[in-house]
Design a protein around this ligand. Structure first.
Ligand SMILES: [Zn+2]
Length: 256
């Protein structure tokens, strides 16, 4: 099992380095996701030794081999985050069929892209969200084995999307963005009832706390909107992995 997890970790690093390219090239509207990678500073094409996920960054001490410019620190962070999320997905869902774990890994990868495009560029992309909705639908059909099982995720998806859309209109598009509405649809579809409630609670709680901390630290004013997408995605991961456990923990605390 641990050998399997190490393999999943290494695959996660590789996928993470692909996600890095995807995140930056979508944001820059570059069409060629599979084009050769180059240094952002000196435009030198990178060789395979420069592109080993995580390890190249460590061996090169975080600097370009050719011009010594600093390699963006996002690169190893996103690679490491992806690898750790892959291990979590494989570990959490290990009793599921391989096909389901594979779909889970794709969904997790797309959530990571949503997290970092919103964090880095303050944007959420339909080109990521819509395929993610489709794959999540397939994942849910495969898990429940019937269309009836889809009722809960579909209702949760519509309810969350509608709720966010109302907030988007009420805050005159300055509180929530339309990207958050799209993320809401995806969250509901992946989590269903009642896990979606756990995710929304965690997202609003952590988002509000972070806002307050930033205001106290003088980093943000009341008017500075912080990207909400990363909080939504983080809460989605927590509710996806541990929603059931959190709900039973809270009900136990309430009734005993
Ligand atoms: Zn360079």
């Amino acid at each position: 099992m641990s050998g399997g997890l190490l393999l999943v970790f290494l695959i996660g690093l590789l996928v993470g380095s692909f996600l890095n390219v995807l995140i930056d090239r979508i944001a820059r509207n570059e069409k060629f996701v599979f084009g050769r990678s180059y240094c952002e500073s000196c435009q030198h094409l990178l060789s395979w030794q420069d592109l080993i996920p995580l390890f190249s960054f460590i061996f090169l001490a975080g600097r370009c081999r050719y011009c010594r410019a600093r390699i963006p620190f996002w690169l190893p962070v996103i690679e490491l985050v992806t690898a750790l999320v892959f291990v979590l997905v494989a570990w959490w869902f290990f009793e599921l069929a391989w096909g389901l774990i594979f779909l889970g890994l794709i969904i997790a990868s797309l959530l990571i892209v949503v997290f970092f495009t919103d964090l880095k560029y303050r944007l959420v992309y339909g080109i990521i969200i819509y395929p993610a909705l489709l794959i999540t639908l397939v994942y849910q059909i495969a898990i429940f084995g019937s269309w009836v099982g889809l009722i809960s995720p579909l209702l949760a998806s519509l309810a969350t999307g509608l709720f966010f859309y109302l907030l988007y209109l009420l805050t005159k598009k300055r509180g929530l963005g339309f990207g958050d509405v799209q993320i809401g649809l995806l969250m509901g579809l992946l989590l269903g009832w009642p896990n979606i409630v756990v995710a929304l609670y965690l997202a609003f709680l952590t988002g509000a706390l972070t806002g307050i901390i930033l205001i106290i630290a003088g980093r943000a004013k009341m008017k500075t909107a912080i990207a909400f997408g990363p909080f939504l995605v983080l809460a989605t991961f927590i509710a996806w992995f541990a929603g059931g456990k959190l709900i039973s923990l809270v009900t136990t605390c309430l009734f005993f």
